[in-house]
Write a protein that binds this ligand. Structure first.
Ligand SMILES: *[C@@H]1O[C@H](CO)[C@@H](O)[C@H](O)[C@H]1NC(C)=O
Ligand SMILES: *[C@@H]1O[C@H](CO)[C@@H](O)[C@H](O)[C@H]1NC(C)=O
Length: 144
């Protein structure tokens, strides 16, 4: 093989490698909905809230929300949407990567950018509001 042919062969196999990597990434993004035997349940996420010590005017309080993946079969969960009040973003900004209000909806928020959440993982965010919100999972999918 000449030097040029060798370079061409290397370029070709690198190209194939890149294609394979792309195919894998596409599969990740598709987020197949693999339900646990008894179904994929909203109760797999345990949402707890506690009041922080932070002082705000006008009776506003700061709350810490922790969300734990307690999937019964040890699954991951993804595409998690929470019911939320858009007003909780007004006093103290919330990192959009943690909780993002879906534009044009009344109370739909995407949690953790919809990313898969490992079994046992605890994810948190804070919000400031005049009262404790009733945060509920409105939808999720279960992943292997
Ligand atoms: C949710 O988590 C809290 C705090 O760890 C715990 O006290 C509670 O029992 C959990 N709830 C469920 C349904 O597992
Ligand atoms: C939000 O929705 C409104 C109305 O549908 C649209 O005009 C606006 O550009 C959207 N904003 C973002 C950030 O997508």
């Amino acid at each position: 093989m000449s030097l040029n042919n060798k370079a061409l062969a290397m370029a070709l196999s690198l190209g194939r490698l890149m294609l394979a990597v792309h195919a894998l990434a596409a599969e990740d993004v598709a987020l197949k909905n693999v339900a646990a035997p008894e179904g994929c349940m909203k109760s797999f996420l345990n949402i707890t809230q506690k009041v922080n010590d932070m002082k705000y005017p006008h009776g506003t309080k700061e709350y810490s929300v922790s969300i734990t993946n307690q999937c019964l079969t040890g699954c991951k969960v993804g595409n998690v949407h929470l019911s939320c009040n858009p007003k909780i973003f007004e006093i103290k900004p919330i990192d959009a990567d943690k909780l993002k209000h879906v534009n044009g909806t009344l109370d739909d928020c995407i949690f953790s950018s919809g990313r898969p959440i490992q079994y046992g993982a605890v994810l948190s965010f804070d919000y400031a509001y005049k009262s404790k919100l009733k945060l509920e999972v409105s939808s999720l999918i279960c992943l292997p």
